[in-house]
Design a protein. Structure first.
Length: 255
């Protein structure tokens, strides 16, 4: 496990290297450190604007070599978000380092957690939170899959689908309470009265009765959240959603 000093020293070294890289026209601190929420478990998040987009692949290759050669990287992968490429590294001290590379014309705050360290940034609209209608749609899709998985006896897949469904319900609750609704960032700040409703949605054992109970608890919470968004939609969905947990177990019993 890394120490705070190790993380801070590495971040300082990376920022110094970025200042000396003529291809980089701007660098920013992102993530929890930029938002004042850094703690001992936080990783390093930096973003670099590249002045000549044609040099971006070479810049990424050079920085990748540096991470392996000088900083103990053991693996990396990329996450693409529009023009932004996040190269995510795991170091041998158990530290994650996210280095985002983006053409200078797109280099700017995607979220409030963006603090310019040097150079120039452009004004960009912040990424929008997920739409409630999309979360609701995903939730009932996962419900359909959970029903089929329980009915087929695919217990691990059923647990996976119920968990995905529960995540969409929690995201809806986060939106309702004005909390971040992506990557679970707002879930632990939800009122206990909300999260208590979903205690029964946690799958404790991989058997069909337990999965069925968790599925029903998740469904009940979903319907409640849909009512907050659109009561008429909740009225249309309630009957078919509430039938699914019972159908899953009835299919098993009759098969």
């Amino acid at each position: 496990m890394y120490t705070r000093d190790q993380r801070d020293d590495l971040r300082s070294a990376l920022i110094a290297a970025a200042r000396n890289d003529a291809r980089i026209t701007g660098a920013a601190l992102t993530g929890s450190a930029a938002g004042g929420a850094e703690d001992q478990w936080s990783d390093i998040d930096l973003a670099f604007g590249i002045g000549d987009a044609g040099k971006l692949p070479a810049a990424m290759a050079d920085w990748t070599e540096r991470m392996y050669r000088d900083h103990g990287a053991v693996h990396h992968f990329d996450v693409n978000r529009g023009a932004w490429i996040y190269r995510v590294f795991l170091l041998d001290i158990g530290l994650q380092v996210d280095l985002a590379f983006v053409p200078a014309g797109e280099f700017g705050a995607r979220a409030p957690t963006f603090r310019l360290l040097f150079g120039d940034a452009v004004e960009r609209p912040h990424a929008s939170p997920p739409a409630p209608s999309d979360l609701i749609g995903l939730a009932w899709v996962y419900a359909l899959h959970a029903r089929g998985c329980i009915g087929r006896g695919n217990l691990w897949q059923a647990e996976y689908m119920i968990s995905l469904m529960r995540d969409e319900v929690l995201a809806l609750a986060c939106l309702r309470h004005g909390l971040p609704a992506v990557e679970g960032k707002g879930m632990d700040r939800l009122p206990p009265s909300m999260t208590a409703l979903l205690q029964g949605a946690l799958v404790g054992h991989l058997d069909q009765p337990t999965l069925g109970r968790a599925f029903r608890a998740t469904t009940d919470a979903l319907i409640q959240e849909i009512r907050y968004v659109d009561s008429s939609l909740a009225a249309r969905l309630e009957r078919v959603l509430l039938q699914m947990p019972g159908d899953a177990l009835d299919t098993r019993a009759s098969g």
